[in-house]
Design a protein around this ligand. Sequence first.
Ligand code: PEP
Ligand code: MN
Length: 383
Amino acid sequence: MTTLELDVIVRPRLRLALPPEHRSSFIEQLLPLAKENVSMIVVMRSTATEEELNAVLTRIQEHGLKGSVTYGEERNIVGVIGAAIPPTLREELERFPGVQEAVRITRPYKLAAREFHPPDTIVQVGDVAVGGGSFVVIAGPCAVESEAQIMATAFAVREAGAHMLRGGAFKPRSSPYTFRGLGEEGLRLLALARAETGLPIVTEVMTPTDVELVARYADVLQIGARNMQNFQLLEEAGRSGKPVLLKRGMSATIEEWLLSAEYIIAQGNPNVILCERGIRTFETATRNTMDLNAVALAKRRSHLPVIADPSHGTGKWYLVPPLALASLAAGADGVMIEVHPDPDRATSDGGQSLTCENFAALMPQMTALAGLLGRKSHMLVAH
Ligand code: PEP
Ligand code: MN
Protein backbone atom coordinates (compact mmCIF):
# COMPACT_ATOMS: atom_id res chain seq x y z
CA MET A 1 0.00 0.00 0.00
CA THR A 2 1.39 3.40 -0.90
CA THR A 3 1.61 6.23 1.58
CA LEU A 4 -1.11 8.02 -0.30
CA GLU A 5 -3.56 5.16 0.12
CA LEU A 6 -2.68 4.84 3.80
CA ASP A 7 -3.26 8.55 4.18
CA VAL A 8 -6.72 8.23 2.73
CA ILE A 9 -7.60 5.37 5.07
CA VAL A 10 -6.50 7.02 8.27
CA ARG A 11 -7.60 10.48 7.30
CA PRO A 12 -10.64 10.40 5.08
CA ARG A 13 -10.57 13.77 3.40
CA LEU A 14 -13.88 14.95 4.64
CA ARG A 15 -12.67 18.42 5.46
CA LEU A 16 -13.60 19.43 1.96
CA ALA A 17 -17.14 18.14 2.43
CA LEU A 18 -19.24 20.92 1.07
CA PRO A 19 -22.94 21.45 1.57
CA PRO A 20 -24.85 20.01 -1.41
CA GLU A 21 -25.70 23.45 -2.79
CA HIS A 22 -21.99 24.16 -3.27
CA ARG A 23 -20.95 20.87 -4.79
CA SER A 24 -21.71 21.41 -8.46
CA SER A 25 -20.31 24.93 -8.36
CA PHE A 26 -17.18 23.40 -6.84
CA ILE A 27 -16.84 21.03 -9.84
CA GLU A 28 -17.42 23.97 -12.19
CA GLN A 29 -14.68 25.87 -10.44
CA LEU A 30 -12.34 22.91 -10.81
CA LEU A 31 -13.01 22.49 -14.55
CA PRO A 32 -10.41 24.98 -15.82
CA LEU A 33 -7.82 23.52 -13.46
CA ALA A 34 -8.48 19.96 -14.68
CA LYS A 35 -7.93 21.15 -18.24
CA GLU A 36 -4.52 22.44 -17.21
CA ASN A 37 -3.71 18.95 -15.89
CA VAL A 38 -3.05 20.04 -12.31
CA SER A 39 -1.00 17.90 -9.96
CA MET A 40 -2.24 19.53 -6.77
CA ILE A 41 -5.00 21.85 -5.65
CA VAL A 42 -4.77 24.29 -2.79
CA VAL A 43 -8.12 25.30 -1.38
CA MET A 44 -8.01 28.72 0.28
CA ARG A 45 -10.24 29.54 3.23
CA SER A 46 -13.20 31.75 2.46
CA THR A 47 -11.59 34.30 4.81
CA ALA A 48 -8.15 34.24 3.09
CA THR A 49 -6.73 37.62 2.13
CA GLU A 50 -5.09 38.58 -1.16
CA GLU A 51 -1.68 38.67 0.57
CA GLU A 52 -2.19 35.11 1.79
CA LEU A 53 -3.11 33.99 -1.72
CA ASN A 54 -0.06 35.76 -3.18
CA ALA A 55 2.23 34.17 -0.60
CA VAL A 56 1.02 30.74 -1.73
CA LEU A 57 1.58 31.61 -5.41
CA THR A 58 5.08 32.92 -4.69
CA ARG A 59 6.05 29.75 -2.82
CA ILE A 60 4.75 27.60 -5.68
CA GLN A 61 6.87 29.62 -8.15
CA GLU A 62 9.93 29.28 -5.92
CA HIS A 63 9.62 25.53 -6.42
CA GLY A 64 9.72 26.05 -10.21
CA LEU A 65 6.00 25.25 -10.54
CA LYS A 66 3.11 27.24 -11.92
CA GLY A 67 0.14 28.34 -9.84
CA SER A 68 -3.21 28.94 -11.51
CA VAL A 69 -6.05 30.52 -9.54
CA THR A 70 -9.77 30.03 -10.02
CA TYR A 71 -11.82 32.58 -8.15
CA GLY A 72 -15.07 31.30 -6.71
CA GLU A 73 -17.92 32.87 -4.80
CA GLU A 74 -17.21 30.71 -1.76
CA ARG A 75 -13.45 30.32 -1.99
CA ASN A 76 -10.48 30.64 -4.28
CA ILE A 77 -8.59 27.58 -5.41
CA VAL A 78 -5.01 27.40 -6.62
CA GLY A 79 -4.02 24.67 -9.05
CA VAL A 80 -0.38 23.62 -9.03
CA ILE A 81 0.86 22.76 -12.50
CA GLY A 82 4.07 20.88 -13.07
CA ALA A 83 5.24 17.30 -12.87
CA ALA A 84 7.92 17.47 -10.18
CA ILE A 85 5.91 18.20 -7.05
CA PRO A 86 8.23 17.95 -4.03
CA PRO A 87 6.91 15.34 -1.56
CA THR A 88 6.81 17.89 1.26
CA LEU A 89 4.98 20.64 -0.64
CA ARG A 90 1.49 19.62 0.42
CA GLU A 91 2.27 19.82 4.13
CA GLU A 92 4.29 22.99 3.63
CA LEU A 93 1.41 24.78 1.91
CA GLU A 94 -1.09 23.58 4.50
CA ARG A 95 0.90 25.53 7.11
CA PHE A 96 0.44 28.79 5.19
CA PRO A 97 -2.12 31.14 6.71
CA GLY A 98 -5.31 31.27 4.69
CA VAL A 99 -4.91 27.73 3.33
CA GLN A 100 -7.71 25.33 4.15
CA GLU A 101 -6.28 22.27 2.47
CA ALA A 102 -3.83 21.11 -0.16
CA VAL A 103 -4.66 17.92 -2.06
CA ARG A 104 -2.31 16.01 -4.35
CA ILE A 105 -3.99 14.79 -7.55
CA THR A 106 -2.08 11.72 -8.59
CA ARG A 107 -4.38 10.20 -11.22
CA PRO A 108 -4.62 11.00 -14.92
CA TYR A 109 -8.33 11.65 -14.48
CA LYS A 110 -8.97 14.72 -12.34
CA LEU A 111 -12.65 15.68 -12.14
CA ALA A 112 -13.67 12.05 -11.65
CA ALA A 113 -11.11 11.52 -8.87
CA ARG A 114 -12.12 11.25 -5.24
CA GLU A 115 -9.02 13.34 -4.39
CA PHE A 116 -10.45 16.24 -6.36
CA HIS A 117 -13.92 15.99 -4.88
CA PRO A 118 -13.96 13.98 -1.63
CA PRO A 119 -17.72 13.85 -0.94
CA ASP A 120 -19.85 11.35 -2.85
CA THR A 121 -21.52 12.83 -5.89
CA ILE A 122 -25.26 12.34 -5.76
CA VAL A 123 -26.89 12.15 -9.18
CA GLN A 124 -30.46 13.30 -8.95
CA VAL A 125 -32.85 11.66 -11.40
CA GLY A 126 -36.32 13.07 -10.80
CA ASP A 127 -37.08 12.08 -7.20
CA VAL A 128 -34.42 9.37 -7.16
CA ALA A 129 -30.99 10.13 -5.73
CA VAL A 130 -28.20 7.87 -6.95
CA GLY A 131 -25.13 7.73 -4.68
CA GLY A 132 -24.41 9.06 -1.21
CA GLY A 133 -25.51 6.03 0.81
CA SER A 134 -28.72 5.07 -0.94
CA PHE A 135 -29.34 1.90 -2.93
CA VAL A 136 -31.15 2.21 -6.21
CA VAL A 137 -32.69 -0.51 -8.36
CA ILE A 138 -33.10 -0.04 -12.12
CA ALA A 139 -35.06 -2.82 -13.80
CA GLY A 140 -36.63 -3.61 -17.13
CA PRO A 141 -36.19 -5.53 -20.33
CA CYS A 142 -33.03 -5.61 -22.42
CA ALA A 143 -35.00 -4.20 -25.36
CA VAL A 144 -38.34 -2.45 -25.65
CA GLU A 145 -40.36 -4.84 -27.83
CA SER A 146 -43.98 -3.71 -27.68
CA GLU A 147 -46.36 -1.53 -25.70
CA ALA A 148 -47.78 -4.55 -23.90
CA GLN A 149 -44.32 -5.85 -22.96
CA ILE A 150 -42.91 -2.56 -21.63
CA MET A 151 -46.11 -1.67 -19.76
CA ALA A 152 -46.39 -5.08 -18.10
CA THR A 153 -42.74 -4.91 -17.06
CA ALA A 154 -42.92 -1.32 -15.85
CA PHE A 155 -45.91 -1.98 -13.60
CA ALA A 156 -44.42 -5.24 -12.29
CA VAL A 157 -41.02 -3.76 -11.40
CA ARG A 158 -42.59 -0.70 -9.80
CA GLU A 159 -44.87 -2.94 -7.75
CA ALA A 160 -41.81 -4.89 -6.61
CA GLY A 161 -40.05 -1.68 -5.55
CA ALA A 162 -37.78 -0.70 -8.46
CA HIS A 163 -36.90 3.00 -8.68
CA MET A 164 -36.22 3.35 -12.40
CA LEU A 165 -37.19 1.57 -15.61
CA ARG A 166 -34.64 0.47 -18.17
CA GLY A 167 -35.14 -0.66 -21.76
CA GLY A 168 -33.18 -0.35 -24.97
CA ALA A 169 -34.67 1.35 -28.04
CA PHE A 170 -31.34 1.36 -29.88
CA LYS A 171 -29.61 -1.97 -29.32
CA PRO A 172 -25.94 -2.67 -29.98
CA ARG A 173 -25.95 -6.29 -31.19
CA SER A 174 -22.96 -8.44 -32.06
CA SER A 175 -24.78 -9.71 -35.14
CA PRO A 176 -26.36 -7.33 -37.64
CA TYR A 177 -29.10 -9.92 -38.27
CA THR A 178 -30.58 -9.86 -34.74
CA PHE A 179 -33.21 -7.46 -33.37
CA ARG A 180 -31.65 -4.01 -33.10
CA GLY A 181 -34.43 -2.16 -31.34
CA LEU A 182 -37.56 -0.16 -32.19
CA GLY A 183 -35.70 3.16 -32.42
CA GLU A 184 -37.80 6.26 -31.76
CA GLU A 185 -40.96 4.16 -31.40
CA GLY A 186 -39.20 2.42 -28.48
CA LEU A 187 -38.43 5.78 -26.90
CA ARG A 188 -42.06 6.79 -27.25
CA LEU A 189 -43.18 3.59 -25.51
CA LEU A 190 -40.71 4.22 -22.69
CA ALA A 191 -42.09 7.73 -22.25
CA LEU A 192 -45.58 6.25 -22.12
CA ALA A 193 -44.46 3.78 -19.44
CA ARG A 194 -42.97 6.66 -17.45
CA ALA A 195 -46.20 8.63 -17.74
CA GLU A 196 -48.18 5.63 -16.48
CA THR A 197 -45.88 4.51 -13.66
CA GLY A 198 -43.88 7.61 -12.70
CA LEU A 199 -40.63 5.67 -13.05
CA PRO A 200 -37.73 7.62 -14.63
CA ILE A 201 -36.32 5.88 -17.70
CA VAL A 202 -32.81 4.77 -18.58
CA THR A 203 -32.08 3.99 -22.21
CA GLU A 204 -29.04 3.58 -24.41
CA VAL A 205 -27.74 6.06 -26.96
CA MET A 206 -25.27 4.68 -29.48
CA THR A 207 -24.18 7.59 -31.66
CA PRO A 208 -23.38 11.28 -31.07
CA THR A 209 -26.06 12.30 -33.59
CA ASP A 210 -28.76 10.41 -31.64
CA VAL A 211 -28.00 12.16 -28.33
CA GLU A 212 -30.42 14.99 -28.92
CA LEU A 213 -33.25 12.61 -29.86
CA VAL A 214 -32.67 10.17 -26.99
CA ALA A 215 -32.18 13.02 -24.48
CA ARG A 216 -35.63 14.35 -25.41
CA TYR A 217 -37.21 11.16 -24.02
CA ALA A 218 -34.77 9.70 -21.49
CA ASP A 219 -34.09 10.66 -17.89
CA VAL A 220 -30.72 8.90 -18.00
CA LEU A 221 -28.60 8.30 -21.11
CA GLN A 222 -26.94 4.90 -21.07
CA ILE A 223 -23.59 4.55 -22.82
CA GLY A 224 -22.98 0.89 -23.49
CA ALA A 225 -19.89 -1.22 -22.94
CA ARG A 226 -19.06 -1.24 -26.65
CA ASN A 227 -19.13 2.56 -26.73
CA MET A 228 -17.20 3.33 -23.56
CA GLN A 229 -14.37 4.84 -25.60
CA ASN A 230 -16.50 6.51 -28.25
CA PHE A 231 -15.10 9.87 -27.23
CA GLN A 232 -17.39 11.96 -29.44
CA LEU A 233 -20.40 10.20 -27.93
CA LEU A 234 -19.08 10.82 -24.41
CA GLU A 235 -18.64 14.52 -25.14
CA GLU A 236 -22.03 14.88 -26.78
CA ALA A 237 -23.69 13.12 -23.83
CA GLY A 238 -21.73 15.44 -21.53
CA ARG A 239 -22.98 18.50 -23.38
CA SER A 240 -26.60 17.31 -23.12
CA GLY A 241 -26.43 17.90 -19.35
CA LYS A 242 -28.50 14.73 -18.76
CA PRO A 243 -27.39 12.14 -16.21
CA VAL A 244 -25.24 9.54 -17.97
CA LEU A 245 -24.95 5.88 -16.99
CA LEU A 246 -21.51 4.87 -18.24
CA LYS A 247 -20.93 1.15 -18.61
CA ARG A 248 -17.43 -0.21 -18.32
CA GLY A 249 -16.09 -1.64 -21.56
CA MET A 250 -15.76 -5.40 -21.50
CA SER A 251 -11.97 -5.14 -21.86
CA ALA A 252 -11.41 -1.73 -20.31
CA THR A 253 -9.24 -1.10 -17.29
CA ILE A 254 -10.69 0.79 -14.34
CA GLU A 255 -8.44 3.72 -15.22
CA GLU A 256 -9.73 3.81 -18.81
CA TRP A 257 -13.30 3.68 -17.49
CA LEU A 258 -12.68 6.65 -15.19
CA LEU A 259 -10.95 8.56 -17.99
CA SER A 260 -14.09 8.04 -20.08
CA ALA A 261 -16.13 9.49 -17.20
CA GLU A 262 -13.70 12.41 -17.25
CA TYR A 263 -14.66 13.18 -20.87
CA ILE A 264 -18.29 13.61 -19.79
CA ILE A 265 -17.53 15.70 -16.69
CA ALA A 266 -15.08 17.86 -18.65
CA GLN A 267 -18.10 19.06 -20.66
CA GLY A 268 -19.44 20.51 -17.41
CA ASN A 269 -21.74 17.56 -16.64
CA PRO A 270 -20.91 15.96 -13.28
CA ASN A 271 -23.96 13.67 -13.41
CA VAL A 272 -22.20 10.43 -14.24
CA ILE A 273 -23.19 7.03 -12.85
CA LEU A 274 -20.57 4.33 -13.40
CA CYS A 275 -21.83 0.82 -14.17
CA GLU A 276 -19.78 -2.36 -13.88
CA ARG A 277 -21.24 -4.98 -16.23
CA GLY A 278 -18.69 -7.76 -16.25
CA ILE A 279 -15.47 -8.17 -18.18
CA ARG A 280 -13.97 -10.68 -20.60
CA THR A 281 -11.71 -13.18 -18.91
CA PHE A 282 -10.45 -16.70 -19.73
CA GLU A 283 -13.65 -18.08 -18.16
CA THR A 284 -16.26 -19.23 -20.63
CA ALA A 285 -18.79 -20.80 -18.25
CA THR A 286 -20.44 -17.41 -17.78
CA ARG A 287 -21.02 -14.69 -20.39
CA ASN A 288 -18.70 -12.31 -18.53
CA THR A 289 -16.93 -12.23 -15.19
CA MET A 290 -18.60 -9.85 -12.75
CA ASP A 291 -15.69 -7.73 -11.51
CA LEU A 292 -16.68 -6.73 -8.00
CA ASN A 293 -13.12 -5.57 -7.33
CA ALA A 294 -13.90 -2.79 -9.77
CA VAL A 295 -17.03 -1.78 -7.87
CA ALA A 296 -15.16 -1.42 -4.59
CA LEU A 297 -12.12 0.23 -6.18
CA ALA A 298 -14.10 2.67 -8.32
CA LYS A 299 -15.97 3.77 -5.17
CA ARG A 300 -12.62 4.51 -3.58
CA ARG A 301 -10.92 6.18 -6.54
CA SER A 302 -13.92 8.23 -7.61
CA HIS A 303 -16.71 10.24 -6.00
CA LEU A 304 -19.15 9.11 -8.68
CA PRO A 305 -21.91 6.64 -7.87
CA VAL A 306 -21.17 3.10 -9.00
CA ILE A 307 -23.85 0.60 -9.88
CA ALA A 308 -23.59 -3.02 -10.97
CA ASP A 309 -25.29 -4.96 -13.74
CA PRO A 310 -25.31 -8.64 -12.78
CA SER A 311 -27.46 -9.54 -15.82
CA HIS A 312 -24.71 -8.82 -18.35
CA GLY A 313 -22.09 -9.62 -15.72
CA THR A 314 -23.18 -13.26 -15.58
CA GLY A 315 -25.40 -13.88 -18.61
CA LYS A 316 -27.46 -16.38 -16.58
CA TRP A 317 -30.73 -15.46 -14.89
CA TYR A 318 -30.13 -17.79 -11.93
CA LEU A 319 -26.80 -16.08 -11.17
CA VAL A 320 -28.40 -12.62 -11.10
CA PRO A 321 -29.83 -12.72 -7.53
CA PRO A 322 -26.60 -13.87 -5.82
CA LEU A 323 -24.47 -11.38 -7.76
CA ALA A 324 -26.95 -8.55 -7.21
CA LEU A 325 -26.67 -9.16 -3.47
CA ALA A 326 -22.88 -9.45 -3.71
CA SER A 327 -22.73 -6.12 -5.59
CA LEU A 328 -24.62 -4.44 -2.78
CA ALA A 329 -22.24 -5.98 -0.24
CA ALA A 330 -19.25 -4.80 -2.30
CA GLY A 331 -20.47 -1.21 -2.00
CA ALA A 332 -22.47 -0.63 -5.18
CA ASP A 333 -24.89 2.30 -5.06
CA GLY A 334 -27.42 0.29 -6.99
CA VAL A 335 -28.04 -2.45 -9.50
CA MET A 336 -29.45 -2.61 -12.98
CA ILE A 337 -31.32 -5.83 -13.66
CA GLU A 338 -32.94 -7.17 -16.82
CA VAL A 339 -36.52 -8.26 -16.24
CA HIS A 340 -38.92 -9.62 -18.86
CA PRO A 341 -42.50 -10.89 -18.47
CA ASP A 342 -41.70 -13.84 -20.75
CA PRO A 343 -37.92 -14.32 -20.99
CA ASP A 344 -38.24 -17.37 -23.26
CA ARG A 345 -39.74 -15.14 -25.93
CA ALA A 346 -37.49 -12.09 -25.41
CA THR A 347 -35.91 -10.65 -28.55
CA SER A 348 -32.62 -10.18 -26.71
CA ASP A 349 -30.92 -11.39 -23.54
CA GLY A 350 -33.81 -13.66 -22.47
CA GLY A 351 -31.41 -16.12 -20.86
CA GLN A 352 -30.16 -13.53 -18.40
CA SER A 353 -33.52 -11.87 -17.71
CA LEU A 354 -35.46 -12.45 -14.52
CA THR A 355 -39.19 -13.06 -14.72
CA CYS A 356 -41.29 -10.45 -12.94
CA GLU A 357 -41.91 -13.03 -10.18
CA ASN A 358 -38.21 -13.76 -9.67
CA PHE A 359 -37.47 -10.05 -9.56
CA ALA A 360 -40.22 -9.54 -6.98
CA ALA A 361 -38.69 -12.33 -4.88
CA LEU A 362 -35.24 -10.73 -5.00
CA MET A 363 -36.32 -7.26 -3.85
CA PRO A 364 -37.07 -8.09 -0.18
CA GLN A 365 -33.66 -9.79 0.06
CA MET A 366 -31.98 -6.67 -1.29
CA THR A 367 -33.87 -4.46 1.14
CA ALA A 368 -32.99 -6.73 4.06
CA LEU A 369 -29.30 -6.74 3.14
CA ALA A 370 -29.29 -2.98 2.58
CA GLY A 371 -30.71 -2.56 6.09
CA LEU A 372 -28.02 -4.84 7.52
CA LEU A 373 -25.35 -2.76 5.81
CA GLY A 374 -26.83 0.46 7.12
CA ARG A 375 -27.87 1.59 3.66
CA LYS A 376 -31.15 3.12 2.76
CA SER A 377 -32.80 1.06 0.06
CA HIS A 378 -33.48 4.31 -1.73
CA MET A 379 -33.28 7.94 -0.81
CA LEU A 380 -35.50 10.79 -1.78
CA VAL A 381 -33.98 14.22 -1.93
CA ALA A 382 -36.14 17.27 -2.38
CA HIS A 383 -35.28 19.20 -5.50
C1 PEP B 1 -27.72 -3.54 -22.18
O1 PEP B 1 -27.76 -2.91 -21.12
O2 PEP B 1 -28.70 -4.17 -22.64
C2 PEP B 1 -26.44 -3.63 -22.91
C3 PEP B 1 -26.37 -3.72 -24.23
O3 PEP B 1 -25.39 -3.61 -22.08
P1 PEP B 1 -23.79 -3.63 -22.35
O4 PEP B 1 -23.48 -2.36 -23.08
O5 PEP B 1 -23.24 -3.67 -20.97
O6 PEP B 1 -23.49 -4.87 -23.14
MN1 MN C 1 -29.07 -6.61 -22.58
